[in-house]
Design a protein around this ligand. Structure first.
Ligand SMILES: [Zn+2]
Length: 349
């Protein structure tokens, strides 16, 4: 009897060990797949930057659902940037809109990190709360379709544009900011910073942030996302000294690998159901994502999810030498966006 008990116990232990090692190997496999997928994404974008044709050849999007915007978002505690004040936004005319349930302000001093894939210290989302993030824009067609879908649902997101894209299409990025979305940065040319010498990696960050500033004529949020989520420790330290908040993700949609809109929706909703909340990584650069967004937002609303908008307490502080380099390269800068009344005034007649 005693021996039987030992055998049964030993059997149970063996089964448990097998289950644990299977689960562990699955987790590790998923991790490896995600890492290599992101490396592929990084290369895809870098390739695109050298041949702009690839994404430009995407078919134009057909316009989606109508209905203009209202935001029920509590904005009181967060000062709006000048570009937001300068643009009048129509109120939301959609009473069933997803909207914004709350706006959070982040003090980026010391470079805090967010998104459980890499940073566990600050879990600021409650049950069913979602932060929508869009990377790699701005891009013709796709970014405007994303903006329209968000406006139709009177909701707000966080954008991480690539510096070069911002310089090629500053008018698109201006529309992102004018619609009241939060804009961070995502390097100058979307290279994997873990493969660069640290000085070049710093330049990639600085030039990307200066490009966003030049495109918008004002400094935006002090938020950054690493291409492919590859974050070398030296850069984490550096961004800490620059007081830049770092965004990883709670769930990656892997939309850059998906060719069909409905699969983008399914990818996000499945992961959200599992986690119950989170910072969601999407790409306004990707055509299927732009097509998927109206349905994705509708499903978020139907599923009882609530959108949280994230803002930074202080704008990013760009470095003058990089602002100057961008101005020199593209012939634009903050000065060119000042109104005539601020530049020229009559002092005597
Ligand atoms: Zn990216």
């Amino acid at each position: 009897m005693h021996r039987l008990k030992i055998l049964v116990t030993a059997g149970a232990v063996a089964v448990a060990v097998a289950v644990i090692s299977f689960t562990l190997s699955r987790v590790l496999t998923v991790r490896q797949t995600e890492t290599s997928a992101r490396a592929a994404e990084s290369e895809l974008i870098t390739g695109t930057l050298s041949s702009r044709q690839t994404a430009l050849q995407l078919e134009p999007l057909t316009a989606s659902a109508p209905t203009p915007p209202v935001v029920s978002a509590p904005r009181a505690t967060v000062p709006e940037s000048p570009i937001l004040n300068s643009t009048s936004r129509p109120p939301c005319g959609n009473p069933d809109a997803l909207g914004v349930s709350r706006v959070v302000e982040i003090d980026t001093a010391g470079g805090p990190g967010f998104g459980f894939e890499q940073f566990k210290a600050y879990d600021f989302l409650g049950e069913r709360e979602v932060v929508l993030t869009f990377d790699d824009g701005p891009w013709p067609g796709n970014t405007l379709a994303v903006l329209k879908a968000l406006a139709d649902q009177c909701t707000k997101a966080l954008f991480f544009p690539i510096g070069k894209h911002a310089m090629w299409h500053p008018e698109l990025l201006k529309q992102v900011a004018a619609a009241g979305h939060t804009v961070g940065s995502h390097t100058w040319s979307h290279v994997d910073l873990s493969k660069l010498p640290v000085e070049q990696a710093k330049e990639e960050f600085e030039k990307g942030a200066s490009a966003v500033r030049a495109a918008l004529g004002t400094s935006e949020a002090s938020f950054f996302r690493f291409p492919g989520l590859r974050s070398p420790p030296e850069m984490l330290t550096y961004l800490g000294t620059r007081n830049v908040g770092i965004f990883s993700t709670d769930m990656d949609s892997f939309d850059f690998k998906i060719r069909k809109a409905e699969q983008v929706v399914a990818s996000v909703m499945t992961k959200l159901k599992k986690r119950g909340k989170g910072i969601v990584l999407l790409h306004d650069f990707q055509h299927p994502t732009a097509l998927a967004l109206p349905e994705l937002l509708a499903q978020l609303k139907a599923g009882g999810y609530k959108i949280v908008q994230v803002r930074s307490k202080d704008p990013v502080t760009t470095l003058p030498e990089y602002d100057a380099a961008i101005t020199k390269e593209f012939g634009i800068g903050a000065a060119s966006t000042r109104s005539i009344a601020n530049v020229v005034r009559t002092v005597s007649e």
